[in-house]
Design a protein. Structure first.
Length: 335
């Protein structure tokens, strides 16, 4: 596991600025319906449109690079659960009724909902946490069924995040995990992190968050428990509210660690994968399926590169000194 999770430091970066890629919701019963020759994608969003402002343009770019132009030869129906995962099954069934050629999902909760809605229509995961452990696919090499796309080992990412806490806060004794009980992968994360915490002589307490309005009370409870640092899972509800969460943690003077988005939103440390790359790659799966490939025969892919983001502004605000070794490994420093 440690070999798979080793740090990768970028030697060269290329920044691509995407203009005008905001998510748009297509209303039901729109007057202009796509012709039968136009491919129809049903996009099942677990969050709100603004939460994917950075990643959805990458998916659209991937489609354009493969020759698909929205409104000309491809059409996307969007449905947004806005963090209410109970809506996902309803929306997935609705997209199937609209005769979507492919269902496209992001985040772990959306894919099981899509699978429940159809066993025949292809499903492409733009990203999902540990698709094997959560039972979404039989294996990476031979997914079987009607699902393929990209996944990553979410529990192992969080193990590394806990280890980073010990590097920055060697005296830490108590950590908290913020998770969403409605997200299947978070259960696996909890189990793995608990074992890691014990090996590092850390006490770990779990705190559930299912809605944004719960955050102030939950964070107050976290601080009252004498927590030295908090790890947030990559759940869509938490990621959508990363900035608000980071603000609350800073008010309580407790470091926040999570994936890259949390550090960029004001958390202390981020460790994870580039989600934009996975969304861009999702267009490849869509293209293959539209050209006749079966999801069961398209191996599920997983990222091999991982990044560290350190928010130096937050470190200074918390009065923390980041070790030189960690600074040297960082792919991005925010100051």
């Amino acid at each position: 596991m440690e070999q798979r999770m080793q740090f990768h430091r970028s030697t060269r970066r290329q920044l691509i600025t995407l203009v005008g890629g905001a998510a748009a919701t297509v209303p039901l019963g729109a007057a202009a319906q796509p012709s039968p020759k136009i491919a129809r994608l049903g996009f099942l969003g677990a969050t709100i449109p603004s939460a994917v402002d950075r990643t959805l343009p990458r998916f659209r770019l991937g489609l354009r690079d493969l020759g698909y132009i929205e409104g000309e030869n491809i059409f996307i129906d969007f449905r947004w659960a806005e963090g209410n995962y109970a809506r996902l099954s309803e929306y997935a069934a609705e997209l199937i009724r609209l005769r979507a050629n492919i269902l496209v999902t992001h985040g772990t909760p959306g894919t099981p909902a899509a699978k429940q809605a159809t066993t025949t229509a292809p499903i492409v995961m733009l990203v999902s946490g540990d698709a094997v452990a959560t039972g979404i696919v039989a294996s990476l090499a031979r997914p079987g069924g009607n699902v393929t796309g990209s996944t990553f080992f979410d529990p192992e990412l969080h193990v590394k995040q806990v280890e980073l806490i010990k590097e920055v806060l060697p005296s830490a004794r108590r950590i908290a995990l913020l998770k969403n009980p409605g997200n299947a992968v978070d259960a696996a994360v909890s189990d793995v992190m608990r074992r890691t915490a014990e090996s590092l002589k850390l006490q770990m307490q779990l705190f559930d968050v299912q809605r944004a309005d719960q955050l102030p009370n939950v964070i107050a409870s976290v601080a009252k428990a004498g927590t030295d640092a908090v790890v947030a899972t990559g759940d869509a509800v938490l990621r959508t509210n990363a900035q608000r969460l980071a603000e609350l943690m800073l008010e309580q003077r407790v470091p926040l660690v999570g994936d890259l988005d949390f550090a960029r939103a004001g958390g202390l440390l981020g460790y994870g994968v580039n989600l934009g790359d996975l969304w861009y790659r999702g267009a490849y799966f869509v293209d293959k399926i539209l050209k006749g490939a079966k999801p069961a025969n398209l191996p599920v892919e997983q990222p091999t590169k991982f990044s560290i983001v350190i928010n130096m502004t937050t470190a200074k605000a918390l009065g923390l000194t980041v070790p030189d070794r960690l600074l040297a490994l960082a792919d991005e420093l925010i100051d």
